[in-house]
Ligand binder design. Structure first.
Ligand SMILES: NC(=O)c1ccc[n+]([C@@H]2O[C@H](COP(=O)([O-])OP(=O)(O)OC[C@H]3O[C@@H](n4cnc5c(N)ncnc54)[C@H](O)[C@@H]3O)[C@@H](O)[C@H]2O)c1
Ligand SMILES: N[C@@H](CCO)C(=O)O
Ligand code: NA
Length: 430
């Protein structure tokens, strides 16, 4: 039966995502009411620039005082789409204290303070939902938290940043320059307010921390995630990748160690074979593989960024939280009972593509091969191209630990015949 008293929603932030949330709440009002069992009403919209014309949002709902809005006491759900740490964190905590549940898209905040925010939600018997925080529209948080709650997840691997996938795709397929591609991603609403978060891998690392935490029932914070961005990826790297039948993607990889006693989480560019499904993820699309004991391999694919796709995930959470409110319950909170240690990058085992500039003279290849052997790193293939007494040597290794590879590269740099290490890239997905 439909309740006539509406559930009241406060929207914090009306930018790329917030404006789409407001639009869908208005245009789909009847369907939302029918699905929830009560109407949902936009009761206030906190913005920074009150004079901006915002189509479809009555002027009287606009305020610049977000704190007063979340303290009103009659708000059922606060939707936080401001981004950043403060004031978002204080506003969310205040919302719980004043009786509201919260839906957020803020991965930076959740990766840093998720545990405290979950504790605040629980202390006040409220919900904290954030499907939009990871991989935009793609349902990923809820499948991991609910659908796979009976399975044991061993690995989560994928592309979780739309902006960088858009840039890498453009660089690879059209030869576009880095800045030109970034400007386009920003104009399309994919990039963070400060796109450094995207291109330096912080955004993907925050998502990796959230995914690893949920997948492994362990607290994983942003600082636990190894991170390399994609700003150093060059046209030459794409050419090398092509020669190997690969392309380059910025990947997030969360893994349980083989003995099951620890986990790792990392973000870095990597070569992947063109035959791998992740190679054909184009534009701002995201795709994530989840490998579990009983389910085997699952793939989640879809738009990972942009106003409307992200708003879809926010609205899904809004409906779930409103239903919980009507039935006087809350959804699942943080699950960190496994408390596994999070290991550093040195323990990660993978393959490597190393490009060296060396002197083109007798014995150099043997010298280089000896260094690899001394560090226990087994070579899969070597390719050499010589020119005017100099040569470029490309070595692809079998699986080795990051620590062993690091030692190898350090020793290679000390060889007189090695002029420089042009690039080191991990090879994944084989
Ligand atoms: N854009 C995307 O594709 C996308 C996808 C997933 C998640 N997100 C997340 O959603 C959130 C919002 O992203 P966005 O792309 O809409 O950013 P945005 O910069 O377009 O919008 C944020 C809005 O919040 C406003 N704001 C800032 N401080 C405020 C304050 N104190 N009170 C009221 N308003 C304030 C800003 O003026 C801005 O209009 C971020 O956490 C982001 O990481 C974005
Ligand atoms: N800036 C983010 C938004 C989606 O989380 C991205 O490009 O993926
Ligand atoms: Na999502």
């Amino acid at each position: 039966m439909m309740r006539t008293r509406p559930l009241k929603v406060a929207l914090l932030g009306c930018g790329v995502v917030g404006s789409e949330v407001a639009r869908i709440m208005t245009t789909h009002a009847d369907d939302l009411a029918a699905r929830i069992g009560a109407p949902v009403e936009l009761a206030g919209v906190a913005v920074r620039r009150p004079d901006k014309v915002r189509e479809g949002i009555p002027r009287e709902l606009i305020t610049t005082d977000a704190t007063a809005l979340v303290k009103r006491g009659d708000i059922d759900v606060v939707v936080e789409v401001i981004g950043g740490i403060e004031p978002a964190r204080s506003l969310i905590t205040t919302a719980f204290e004043h009786g509201a549940s919260v839906v957020s898209a803020n991965k930076a905040l959740l990766a840093q303070d998720g545990t405290d925010l979950h504790a605040a939600a629980e202390a006040n018997n409220k919900d904290l939902y954030y499907e939009a925080a990871v991989a935009g529209a793609i349902p990923l948080i809820r499948p991991l938290r609910e659908s796979l709650a009976g399975d044991k997840v061993n690995r989560v691997l994928g592309i979780v940043n739309g902006t960088t996938n858009f840039i890498l795709d453009k660089m690879d397929s059209t030869g576009a320059g880095y800045q030109e591609a970034l400007d386009e991603a920003t104009a399309l609403g994919y990039a963070e307010a400060d796109p450094t978060a995207d291109v330096e891998g912080f955004d993907a690392a925050a998502k990796a921390a959230i995914l690893a935490g949920i997948a492994f029932h362990t607290r994983v914070r942003l600082d636990d995630v190894y991170r390399e961005g994609m700003t150093e990826v060059t046209a030459a790297d794409f050419a090398s990748a092509k020669e190997m039948g690969c392309t380059i993607k910025l990947l997030a990889i969360c893994e349980r160690a083989e003995d099951g006693q620890s986990v790792t989480a990392r973000v870095h560019p990597a070569m992947i074979p063109l035959s791998h499904p992740l190679a054909s993820v184009r534009g701002a699309y995201n795709a994530v593989f989840v490998e579990s004991d009983a389910s085997g391999q699952l793939m989640f694919y879809g738009p990972g960024a942009g106003g409307a796709p992200t708003a879809s995930a926010v609205l899904g959470d809004l409906v779930a939280v409103c239903r919980n409110r009507l039935s006087g319950t809350t959804g699942p909170g943080e699950s960190a009972y496994a408390a596994l240690p999070v290991s550093g990058m040195g323990d990660v085992v993978t393959r490597y593509h190393i490009s060296l500039d060396v002197a083109d003279k007798p014995g150099v290849l043997a010298q280089v091969a000896t260094v690899f052997a001394e560090h226990g790193v087994s070579i899969d293939t070597v390719r050499q191209q010589g020119k005017d007494g100099e040569a470029s040597l490309v070595v692809v290794t079998h699986r080795a630990s990051d620590a062993a590879l690091g030692g190898t590269v350090e020793a290679l740099r000390k060889l007189d015949t090695v002029r420089g290490v042009a690039s080191i890239m991990r090879v994944e997905g084989e």
